[in-house]
Ligand binder design. Sequence first.
Ligand SMILES: Cc1cc2nc3c(=O)[nH]c(=O)nc-3n(C[C@H](O)[C@H](O)[C@H](O)COP(=O)(O)O)c2cc1C
Length: 152
Amino acid sequence: MKVLIVYATKYGNTEKVAKLIAEGITSVEGNEVIVNNVKDVNLKKEISYDLILIGSPNHFGRHIGSVKKFINKLPKSQLKVNAYAVFDTYILADFEKAVKKMEAQISEVMPDLTKASPGLSIKVEGTGTSKGPIVNEELPKCKEFGIKLVQG
Ligand SMILES: Cc1cc2nc3c(=O)[nH]c(=O)nc-3n(C[C@H](O)[C@H](O)[C@H](O)COP(=O)(O)O)c2cc1C
């Protein structure tokens, strides 16, 4: 499977989650993955992926503006994808919001795109607008998420 992981990050935690998911994906033979900051994705280049994973920190209960813009541009872009899944990082208990909102936005702009899996939410340490790091027990979930996605 050919997978593209696109993430946004302020302090590096969501980037770390993206890289750990990628590790899981490439640990299963026959899979390739590209990990890109949302700022660096070229939407004008024609390229196809079996799966796109989109990740964002939870800011004020939702995904951040750069990810929202990226999702809005996807349908008219040259980037072709067959399925998607999302992930977020959060601090508070109302953690589902960013993944749920990304899923809602994606199904609105690309209603025919298959959701490969429910979203992954990863907790970081601290309160308020903390820099993390990722809660230790959460780390294995990232790699497992990647493995499950490509094993089907
Ligand atoms: C401006 C701002 C708003 C935030 N709002 C929330 C929030 O509403 N709920 C929550 O759980 N975490 C919130 N956080 C914490 C972030 O989710 C946490 O800093 C983030 O997961 C770190 O990811 P990053 O290292 O990739 O930037 C907020 C952080 C910032 C900087």
